[in-house]
Design a protein. Structure first.
Length: 651
């Protein structure tokens, strides 16, 4: 959606200042007072003394089993944080609360799509995690083993993640909306020994049979020895004797205590696969110590998390937002969070507003796509509810257009709640560019890199540029940063650290204004952002080409009012194939099977050829310009310039 929004963003002059009474009570203001810091500028300055800063910050948030010797060790492109410390994130997320007054505090309020409600205290979670961890140990799962998790938005998903972390196993969660094949590929890449899934879950009033889907994947996952199946419904499921085990049965006789494995602070906690510019997703590695500090710090400051808050991060745990801000950070801070299973507008478009009113949610964190969906339904839906419990709002995943920002501010926040537009990535692990609750806000800007973090906009010569689009780069290592791509150090180096030496390339086109505010404009590379979800153009192309009738495919993103971007594909069929409506439907369904519903193309056009360079590289930039009716630039160097015209006339 990038270029189309720039004009609007450049014109944005409105500034929203938070109220003083509000600011004075925030966690960040209290920290500033304690350190004698008078204003935001001074705070950012303090953050530049980054080793000191992270040391100070970590003190309030985590408890090491054995203290670290050094805050950070930076051997580009590899960083180690809290070097020498012994640690396990589960100590802070669970163990310490179960031994404190928070024992009986509610950690998760769960609401299922059909309306069933569960409340889990920290002690309830502690017991269930321990039992599951003991059962996993009994199955032979050990430190460093990988566990593939394919589960919907139910409390057993965080429980499964925590049980893995507790015994030092590495979880690899795959979004339950991904297809069986996508799950299979990720399980195989991570060589998981164990899979945890569930029978079925609710979505738009219907059951989605996840175990059946998992079984399709499990036909081709040689590393998997056992499958633990959690029960969400009463339905029967297909069963492989000896391999499959019911969750409730295997934990029944397990002890309520399980010692938490003492790990190195930099031992891996999880892999999470994300799209890049090749057809193969990359397994991003995150570790225990730095990730705990980075996620807890950002949630405590940006969303001002206090014990009395009811926090709702309405993302899916299958993505990084859910890992960091439904599971780890809120638990470390001892918060109460809402987890909702189903579709946002089910049964009615006020489902979310009903949930906020019912549980007195104080902070809501969601995506621009959801906000635009609710905008479309109109303000009459939120108006039916008392939303006065809200005090802060948040946005993530894509650039938020000022119109959506204003609607959110007015109709959900009653002009009382600052909006935290947080820019970050699977790779950063936690918020990176984001306001604090005392930052004056400009709708559409994620403002500045948080204290202790540092970003710049570089031109191609690695020079900082102002008021012009450039490459967003992160100029220091940071605690929650990725530690690599699983089994692929070359790709790690190449993707993030080679365009500018020892500087992290984020892959987003960004502009920095006169106040030093960042305006993220969209991806610079061939990665689509559909409803805040990252999907590689080439992954969709590979999925199309894997259909027996397809010879070649090119995929581009087009601006879309609701989803940010829609997926448009140009398909070259094999000679014996007919370009029928039926085939179009079959290809659409095929991408769903290969990748998942979110990747199904909005448009499929049949063409004889797609524009390519002489070396055979598909020129997506040219295709996109042509499809949007823009200047395609010089096409004479293409191997097949005539293919460009066909894009314009595609059927
Ligand atoms: C985009 C999601 C503008 C960006 C947490 C980034 C954003 C990609 C914002 C990462 C934002 C995320 N404003 N763009 N506030 N937040 N993005 O890995 O293009 O799923 O590079 O992480 O989403 O997507 P990912």
């Amino acid at each position: 959606m990038a270029e189309e929004n720039i004009a609007v963003l450049l014109d944005e002059k409105r500034v929203f200042k938070p109220k003083e009474e509000f600011v004075n009570q925030t966690n960040v203001k209290q920290w500033m007072d304690k350190h004698n810091i008078k204003n935001l500028d001074e705070l950012y300055k303090k953050g530049e003394n980054w080793e000191w800063f992270w040391e100070e910050i970590s003190k309030d948030l985590v408890e090491w089993y054995k203290p670290y010797d050094k805050v950070v060790e930076w051997n580009p492109p590899y960083a180690k944080w809290f070097v020498g410390a012994q640690y396990n994130i589960v100590h802070d997320a669970l163990d310490k609360h179960a031994k404190s007054w928070r024992k009986n505090k509610v950690a998760f309020i769960f609401e299922g799509e059909p309306g069933d409600v569960q409340k889990w205290t920290y002690n309830d979670l502690y017991i269930e995690v321990n039992k599951l961890a003991n059962a996993m140990k009994k199955l032979g799962v050990k430190k460093g083993d990988r566990v593939g998790i394919y589960m919907p938005m139910i409390v057993e998903l965080p429980i499964a993640m925590l049980a893995c972390a507790k015994i030092g196993a590495i979880h690899s969660v795959v979004f339950s909306g991904f297809s069986a094949n996508a799950f299979r590929d990720r399980v195989n890449d991570s060589e998981a020994k164990l899979v945890i899934t569930c029978d079925a879950f609710w979505r738009r009033g219907k059951k989605v049979y996840l175990k059946e889907q998992a079984d399709v994947a499990l036909e081709e996952t040689p590393s998997v020895q056992h499958v633990i199946v959690c029960k969400r419904t009463e339905d029967a499921v297909p069963w492989t004797k000896g391999r499959d085990l019911w969750w409730n049965e295997i934990i029944k006789d397990m002890s309520k205590e399980c010692e938490t494995e003492r790990l190195d602070a930099d031992d891996p906690l999880f892999f999470l696969y994300t799209s890049g510019t090749t057809g193969k997703p990359k397994g991003i590695i995150h570790t225990h110590g730095g990730y705990a500090v980075g996620t807890a710090y950002t949630l405590k400051w940006v969303f001002d998390m206090k014990d009395e808050d009811i926090w709702w991060c309405a993302a899916d745990i299958g993505w990084i937002t859910g890992h960091s801000y439904i599971v780890y950070a809120p638990l470390i801070l001892g918060a109460t969070s809402v987890i909702y299973e189903g579709a946002p507008d089910w049964l009615q478009p006020d489902r979310w507003w009903d949930i906020i009113e019912k549980y007195n949610v104080t902070t809501l964190y969601t995506s621009p796509t959801s906000i635009r969906l609710f905008m479309r339904y109109g303000e009459k839906w939120p108006q039916k509810h008392d939303l006065s419990s809200l005090r802060l709002l948040g946005s993530v995943g894509e650039p938020i257009n000022p119109e959506a920002w204003m609607w959110y501010y007015k109709h959900i926040g009653s002009e009382n709640c600052p909006i935290m537009d947080t820019w970050w990535q699977t790779e950063t692990g936690h918020f990176y560019i984001s306001p604090l609750p005392l930052t004056p806000l400009k709708p559409g800007s994620a403002t500045k890199a948080l204290p202790g973090l540092s970003a710049e906009v570089y031109n191609e010569k690695a020079e900082p540029v102002q008021n012009a689009g450039g490459n967003l780069v992160l100029t220091h290592p940071w605690p929650g940063m990725l530690r690599g791509i699983y089994k692929n150090p070359e790709r790690y180096q190449e993707t993030y650290w080679s365009k500018f030496k020892s500087i992290y390339l984020a892959g987003d086109v960004t502009r920095k204004d006169d106040d030093g505010f960042f305006w993220i404009q969209g991806r610079a590379d061939d990665v689509l952002n559909v409803s805040g979800h990252r999907i590689g153009n080439s992954e969709v192309e590979s999925a199309l080409v894997s259909h027996p009738m397809v010879a070649e495919a090119a995929v581009i993103g087009k601006p879309h009012e609701l989803k940010g971007e829609s997926i448009v594909s140009y398909v070259v069929l094999k000679e014996d194939a007919d370009p029928t409506e039926e085939l179009r439907k079959a290809l659409w369904a095929h991408v769903g099977t290969e990748m998942g519903k979110i990747a199904r193309p909005d448009e499929i056009w049949f063409v004889h050829d797609v524009p390519k360079t002489r070396s055979g590289k598909i020129m997506r930039r040219v295709i996109r310009a042509k499809a949007l009716g823009k200047d395609t630039g010089d096409t004479s160097t293409l191997a097949n310039p005539e293919a460009v015209d066909e894009i314009g006339n595609a059927k």
